[in-house]
Design a protein around this ligand. Structure first.
Ligand SMILES: [Zn+2]
Length: 491
């Protein structure tokens, strides 16, 4: 019997003994600055999208490189999410927290300004140290994050106490062409078409026999008549066996009964055969599920699908393709399977995620999937309660980002470490997060060893003290055994 195609997982992105990338190398984790990113922000400003209210809608700009997510008011929108800095106050900790204009140039006192004592025209405007400010908006310029301090203007986020680390800046929503439950996208690059070949009757494993001489009743017969489903005389199911194993019955009271005449009358199972055809459904195709297999265990293991075409700008059903494994398909019709929101796992497209921008280590902006954000917050808060400041050093990576990391390593570019090919990193589907462990046997690392498994996080890659994955089921299992990493992970 042909089984569902299993994925092959490539080795993790690093080898034992490999060290955390240096500071400059770490910048590679962050997508390079998009050409024109500043210009996009400038245009937004001109468009008057300055005001930030508690009702927010994250907007993604389709620039190459990093997502630049801004919180914008969306009139009439449900307040589903808001950036973490809204309604908070922050303290200026820098002695020289310069105020910047909207184009991020340093603001200087002008002739007509109310110039404070000790300052003169042309001096930089600064927000005095220890001033409490409210932040109304943020923007990323290259790798530097700026915040708009109410009543002052823009200033570097690094000038605030805590550097704005762990604040969330925006959320961008995955987009779907359809969320109808019958509408799916092919995720597996090896999604074979299958044709239904009817029932097969393989022997049970381990092999079982119905003892010779057993009186049985025939309850069902295979289409070709070769196999029969038999029960005991009291109706208790025995299973399928070859019809040729049975002879005439001897019980006059049960004229229908037969007797097992073969001394090795093997028990068989009835299963359905969906044979692989030499034809694939291209990855990323939209399909409509027309039928689910009822004769497989579990039911629905295979689905009959129809293709989809665009007609007058609308997707409509095209033609019936045939059967394929349900595991090849991803919920919803989602375009751009290598786009900014696309998740990948084991070389397969695995769905679209909502993404949250979060400030991580060194004030750099990372993304996490909406699904991994809450688990991270629980971990961070537990760590904070014990006096540890947990920060993200790499979160969700786009397909493009992982491809860049992989080709950089393949081509031996300076600063590029061993990386998994695009589609194979556990940073691509909301599972992995790199943390500011700072090495093995540091206070943060030792805290994680002790507490992370109970919160769903475990270590999975040898040599990477920073790489933790949210795998709650595995973590619970390891936690119960007093462990914090997968078997074989060293040190
Ligand atoms: Zn990692």
């Amino acid at each position: 019997m042909t089984m569902v195609q299993r994925e092959t997982r490539l080795p993790g992105p690093a080898q034992a003994g490999q060290r955390r990338p240096s500071h400059s190398q770490l910048n590679l984790d962050e997508a390079p600055t998009a050409p024109g990113a500043g210009r996009i922000l400038g245009l937004q400003r001109l468009a008057g999208n300055r005001a930030v209210r508690p009702l927010l809608k994250a907007t993604v700009h389709p620039a190459p490189g990093p997502l630049i997510i801004r919180c914008q008011p969306a009139a009439g929108d449900t307040p589903a999410w808001q950036a973490s800095y809204i309604d908070k106050t922050f303290t200026i900790k820098d002695d020289d927290a310069r105020v910047r204009n909207d184009d991020l140039s340093v603001r200087q006192y002008q002739k007509d300004d109310d110039i404070p004592a000790g300052k003169k025209e042309g001096d930089s405007v600064v927000i005095p140290k220890d001033t409490a400010v409210r932040v109304t908006e943020t923007k990323l310029d290259g790798k530097t994050l700026y915040v708009r301090a109410a009543d002052y203007g823009w200033t570097a986020a690094a000038n605030l106490e805590g550097g704005f680390i762990n604040e969330t800046l925006g959320r961008s929503q995955a987009q779907f062409d359809s969320t109808d439950p019958r509408h799916k996208t092919v995720g597996d690059p090896k999604a074979n078409l299958r044709s239904y070949k009817g029932k097969t009757y393989p022997e049970t494993k381990p092999r079982q026999v119905i003892p010779k001489g057993t009186a049985v009743l025939v309850a069902d017969t295979s289409t070709d008549g070769k196999y029969v489903r038999v029960t005991a005389l009291d109706g208790k199911t025995l299973g399928w066996t070859a019809a040729s194993n049975l002879g005439p019955g001897s019980d006059a009271g049960q004229p229908e009964a037969k007797t097992v005449t073969d001394k090795s009358a093997r028990l068989r199972m009835e299963t359905a055969l969906y044979a692989v055809e030499n034809k694939k459904i291209p990855q990323g195709s939209y399909v409509i599920v027309k039928e689910e297999s009822q004769d497989t265990n579990p039911p629905g293991q295979y689905v009959k699908v129809a293709s989809v075409k665009k007609d007058a700008g609308k997707y409509v059903e095209d033609q019936l393709l045939g059967w394929t494994a349900a595991a090849n398909l991803v919920d919803n019709w989602t375009a751009d399977i290598k786009g900014a929101h696309a998740m990948w796992e084991g070389g397969k497209f695995s769905g679209q995620a909502d993404l949250i921008d979060i400030v991580g280590e060194e004030g750099r902006v990372f993304q996490v999937t909406a699904g991994q954000y809450d688990p991270f917050v629980r971990l961070r808060e537990a760590a904070a309660a014990d006096g540890h400041d947990l920060q993200i050093a790499s979160g969700f990576r786009t397909y493009a980002k992982q491809r860049e990391l992989y080709t950089g390593w393949q081509e031996g570019k300076p600063g590029y470490n061993k990386a998994a090919p695009a589609g194979y990193s556990d940073h691509q589907h909301g599972q992995a997060v790199d943390l500011n462990t700072g090495g093995f046997d540091t206070p943060v690392y030792n805290w994680l060893k002790e507490h992370a498994p109970a919160l769903g996080f475990i270590r999975t890659v040898s040599g990477e003290d920073w790489h933790w994955e949210y795998r709650p089921e595995k973590a619970a299992e390891l936690d119960a055994a007093g462990k914090f990493k997968l078997p074989g992970v060293s040190p």
